[in-house]
Write a protein that binds this ligand. Sequence first.
Ligand SMILES: Cc1cc2nc3c(=O)[nH]c(=O)nc-3n(C[C@H](O)[C@H](O)[C@H](O)COP(=O)(O)OP(=O)(O)OC[C@H]3O[C@@H](n4cnc5c(N)ncnc54)[C@H](O)[C@@H]3O)c2cc1C
Length: 284
Amino acid sequence: MIPAAFAYHRPADIASAVGLLRRLGDEARVLAGGHSLIPMMKLRMAAIEHLVDLQDIAALRDIHIEGGAVTIGAMVTQAELIAHEGLARAAPILREAALQIADPQVRYMGTLGGNVANGDPGNDMPGLMQALGADFLLTGPDGQREVAARDFYEAAYMTAREDDEILTAVRFTALPGGYAYEKQKRKIGDYATAAAAVLIGKEGGRVSHASVAMTNLSDTPVWSEAAAAALSGTDCNAGAIRAATDAALADIDPTEDNRGPVEFKRHVAGIIITRAIQRAWSRA
Ligand SMILES: Cc1cc2nc3c(=O)[nH]c(=O)nc-3n(C[C@H](O)[C@H](O)[C@H](O)COP(=O)(O)OP(=O)(O)OC[C@H]3O[C@@H](n4cnc5c(N)ncnc54)[C@H](O)[C@@H]3O)c2cc1C
């Protein structure tokens, strides 16, 4: 289908984009890669009067790595995340997760900022950002603020971002250790039936730190503090992995949809979480 008519704006800097959002209010929406927004407009599930395209704002395309501190601009595409050698060294889980998003066409256009700002529980980056303990940088009419990814998601498609704020970057500290992003999907190009992001540090043969998060298993991404606690200090034996998987399963709340009934999703989630922990530990 063809979307309803809209006005198109292409600001050259963040201040102009924020000014447009403030002036146009509810009728305006930011456009990044357009691979979530444009389909919604074509299906007439979103009627937007003004699109504020961010593609000319060079400041949103930076990738900065200093020691373990990583900052990635909102307009960096998933393909750029995959291709960036510095990122692959600092936080290889980004490449592993991005490679499991859709197909190359979507990844060439879809941006990290659009993926995390959208609030779609099926998107992979929000879950990964929980695992990484990332912060999101937002700029609005009152200046810049930072919101922890773990506090950002309120419900499906509802986030802590105000309508006149732009998500400008994602920031996190990359810790050394093992990693895995495991995703089960019905076919190539599909969203997850269940996915898990796991990071594990190893010292003296034991788990020094762990982080476990999940995608598409609740109406927001889920970070399981209890799963990490079940692994910490153990040698990641089968019992510890079972306990961590059970703890993670206690934190999810999947609903039935065309990817299956709740019981099936819980079954798949258990397998995915266990595999992710095993693989992350094998790389630690
Ligand atoms: C066939 C297909 C399969 C897909 N499969 C997957 C998948 O398996 N996993 C997955 O994670 N994703 C998947 N996607 C989604 C894809 O990754 C999207 O590109 C991504 O979710 C949104 O990024 P975008 O840059 O296209 O954002 P857009 O579509 O441009 O924007 C999405 C929303 O976020 C808002 N927004 C965008 N950028 C900002 C910003 N910087 N600040 C504030 N608000 C902003 C927009 O206003 C809009 O509401 C799929 C898409 C398609 C078409």
